[in-house]
Design a protein around this ligand. Sequence first.
Ligand code: ARG
Length: 588
Amino acid sequence: MKKILELLTEEMQAAFEAAGYDKELGKVGISNRPDLCEYQCNGAMAGAKVYKKAPIMIANEVAAKLADSTIFKEATAVAPGFLNLRISEEFLAGYLQEMAQTDKFGLEKPEKEKTIIIDYGGANVAKPLHVGHLRSAVIGESIKRILRYAGHKVIGDVHMGDWGLQMGLVMTELQERQPDLVYFDETYTGEYPEEAPFTMAEFAEMYPTASAKSKTDENYRAKAMEATYKLQIGVRGYRALWKQIMNVSVPDLKKNYGSLNVEFDLWKGESDVQELIPGMVQYMKDGGYAYISEGALVVDVKEETDTKEVPPCMILKSDGASLYNTTDLATIMERMKLYQPDEMIYVVDKRQDLYFEQVFRCARKTKLVNEDTKLRFLGFGTMNGPDGKPFKTREGGVMRLENLVSDTKKQMYTKILEGREMSQEEAVKTANQVAVAALLYGDLSNQASKDYVFDIDRFTSFEGDTGPYILYTIVRIKSILSRYQEQGESLESLKLSKAGNEVEKDLMMQLAQFGTMMEAAATDIAPHKVCAFIYDLANAFNRFYHETKILTEEDAEKKASWIALLIFTRDVLLTCIDLLGMEAPDKM
Ligand code: ARG
């Protein structure tokens, strides 16, 4: 379906043309003065220069051509030359009726269905997930859902950090505690045990302990580096232990991400591409891209137009070891081979932006990607505490994601039980859904690149621009609909008729914007646009609700039309919250 603004624009363009002006002037947008009109067109202002005529004269002539329009109810020329517009209620209702009956509310397929890989999550195995990982996970997940809904083939990859020093640290700590484990016996040739030599609880505490020790104890750190090295060169026992660590960590990570409705298609990690590195290095050398500088192998990536210094991309250190970017480049190479993506999007802390600039340039220069492969870095800002500094626990430590989620759920549970009749089981389920919505919406409603303040009291409030407010609105609609059914009525094949007052019309106009919003959210990979849209929609609905006695209305046709409008509003809201990773309860 064409977007509503396209249809309004076409009508306006025809009027400009009929009045003898260039039709390109007829662009219609949403009014920025809703007190004066619903839509507006500023084309006469632009036309004045071209036609050397007072803008108000042009506007008057165009307005006259719209006198009999079935799309515009009112087109008024106002000084100095704006066209103030109101849409016809019949037309609007017809448009919504068609939207409601069309797949995806009439959203058109993209010109080209692209294959897009989203690299998000970025958990480091063995290290606990912290709140920084929250942002990557929830933003990436939402972008995945938005792009999929928009009609693309999207693959989400968690890209775990599973090959670095943290692995060596955990192994060293394990060796301190259980020196006799067969994994550390390099003469051992038998099978390794199936059971991991630690419990999840022990494992969770091992990395922080090891990391603290390595900061004060040189010797310990050297051991951890050696263990990392042994793992990387393939010493049997270390590889076997690595597998054990993965077997314990990955299910735990899945559970943690799952608690936020985050799901990945691929559980790949840095380790998966290690074998590709030697070949890639050779290729970069053979192509004349990489050269030795101060012992290290590098690729120059600076460009003439640079205003800041962009250092060379280091491929191998002087000791031959690979680095974070070596792995990222090898991953790009592997993704091109396996999936031929048109686009790769990285959802990572914005402090890594120079790093990704280097990686992307290097990938392009060395032709690891095709000329038209799009590499996009979506850098997100920091989640701050109320003091404006990066969010910490009350004790000042790094907050674990797990604790953040469970604390929020507990807080919400108390709130849900207050003054509500609900079984404990239902209260737990509802509290979880509302708490997750509070966290997700609190994050996603901000433009990703900006820092934001994590304010749990505000995020969990049932009023204002919050996830719980949106859910509350959906629950309100659901409850009216079930009461309507209790009156013995059916929710099937109800017809929308034209709006009878301003609040109703306002709600309809808001719904009509769905397609425009979706296109913008997908093109700009911007979940906050979905949030802003549903917040406006929820507000428009609640204004309508407060002014309308729906269930006691005697005019059956009117009542049925309102119910149809409610169903439509509910469906649009449910679709949108799903794009954010949120779920709505039946009661709250
Ligand atoms: N593991 C990294 C971190 O915690 C994030 C990974 C980001 N993705 C990537 N392809 N480099 O900082």
